[in-house]
Design a protein around this ligand. Structure first.
Ligand code: ADP
Length: 400
């Protein structure tokens, strides 16, 4: 047993279960890993800690066996008695959840009721919760990607379609990546010495999925993702914004069905679709440098859309103190940041080339010249945010 209480963070997907274990005094996991290919042949579970990575076959390719394998590892490390709470990442909380919540039977029923809004993501998360609840008699907490954005006003969350669609079907913008935006906003306020009660930020979370959020005094007031995580920025394989008229046209012209459109917009578009090469920004940067026209076009569209949305989000704020880059691309791609910040001149930003080149691989700091607003880089840590919320709601720590 270790002295400090431990929190297990679970991210349960349809064919995978990601996990991380935190001792609450440190923000890096003691152990993390992934059970992969659940429901398929050849399911494995991997464990990673400071001493390296091991991979094992799973006895059965189910979420239950995956969690059992994690708990066996706990027992082998003599940690079982230290596990004090479990945090679950959940994609969609609809309008019902505006903060993280202790999981009760009622909460599970409510999350199941919201499942039609996120049919690929919420059911496996609820399954993961049920499996974990059956095995671990400690507090369980659900941390919802949408919760942070429940402070967005109707003027920003309503689509201009008949109001009955909102009332009857919940058609509105919800926003996602909430744990990341909330964490990064908090870190930026501290790093930049801003007033907790008087700041305006635009956070650009740029990973495989990408979204940007306007944060006023610690609360989300606008964001680029919508009813689903498809709207907004160009992503690895997702289109982001597209005229719905283009889809009507394509459906009439080709006879494609909604499932085809789903695959087209979620899996074959974005950087991959534009470049006809890859969804991976690093690979595209290398290809663009050696003259690949598709890769160049993909990066240019990515940056154009990003700058346009950052500019738009700034207009949802009464003041702008910083534009903050995070996520795999935001934290590591000096090139994308440089292209983007150059486009943000009308907001009063100019790039500090040297500082920009230094902010890679987890470094955090300012990458612009002059006073506010500034452009900055902060590393996100969604799992730590989930662990923190979990510890707080489970009564292991005080609110921060
Ligand atoms: P996810 O949304 O899956 O968590 P990440 O936040 O890890 O994704 O971001 C993945 C993206 O970050 C990929 O497009 C990858 O190419 C990009 N990336 C990682 N390192 C670099 C780098 N050094 N330069 C450019 N892009 C990078």
């Amino acid at each position: 047993m270790t002295e400090s209480p431990m929190v297990l963070v679970i991210n349960s997907g349809s064919s995978s279960l990601k996990f991380a274990v935190y001792a609450m005094e440190r923000r890096h996991p003691l152990l993390s890993g992934l059970a992969d290919r659940l429901g398929l042949e050849g399911a494995t579970v991997s464990f990673k800690d400071e001493s390296g990575k091991t991979v094992r076959d799973l006895k059965e390719p189910t979420h239950a066996y995956a969690l059992d394998a994690v708990l066996e590892e706990f027992a082998a490390r003599d940690w079982s008695g230290s596990l004090a709470a479990v945090g679950h990442r959940v994609v969609h909380g609809g309008e019902r959840f505006s903060s993280s919540v202790l999981v009760t039977p009622d909460v599970l029923v409510e999350l199941e009721a919201i499942s039609p809004l996120a049919p690929l993501h919420n059911p496996p998360a609820v399954l993961g919760m049920r499996v974990a609840l059956a095995r671990l008699a400690v507090p369980h907490v659900a941390v919802l990607d949408t919760a942070f954005h429940q402070s967005i006003p109707p003027s920003a969350y309503l689509y201009a379609v008949p109001m009955a669609l909102y009332r009857d079907y919940g058609v509105r913008r919800y926003g996602f990546h909430g744990a990341s935006h909330r964490f990064v906003a908090g870190e930026a306020v501290e790093m930049l010495g801003l007033d907790r009660a008087g700041h305006g930020l635009v956070i650009a979370h740029l990973g495989n999925g990408a979204s940007a959020t306007a944060v006023l005094n610690g609360r989300s007031v606008d964001t680029t993702m919508g009813m689903t995580p498809l709207e907004g920025l160009v992503m690895g394989t997702r289109s982001g914004d597209i005229d719905p008229g283009a889809l009507i046209y394509l459906a009439r012209r080709t006879g494609w069905k909604w499932d085809d459109m789903d695959t087209l917009l979620n899996r074959r578009s974005g950087l991959l679709g534009l470049s006809e090469l890859s969804n991976d920004c690093r690979e595209l940067e290398a290809a663009a440098s050696s003259g690949h026209a598709g890769a160049q076009a993909a990066l240019e569209v990515f940056v154009h859309r990003l700058a346009r949305h950052i500019g738009g989000l700034a207009m949802s704020l009464p003041r702008l103190d910083a534009v903050v880059f995070t996520g795999g691309i935001g934290e590591n791609s000096a090139r994308i940041r440089s292209m983007a910040v150059r486009r943000l001149k009308p907001l009063g930003l100019s790039l500090d080339e040297q500082a920009n080149l230094r902010m890679v691989g987890g470094a955090a700091g300012i990458i612009s010249e002059g006073n506010r607003p500034v452009a900055a880089v902060v590393s996100t840590n969604e799992e730590w945010m989930i662990a923190r919320d979990t510890a707080e709601l489970a009564g292991l720590t005080r609110s921060q």
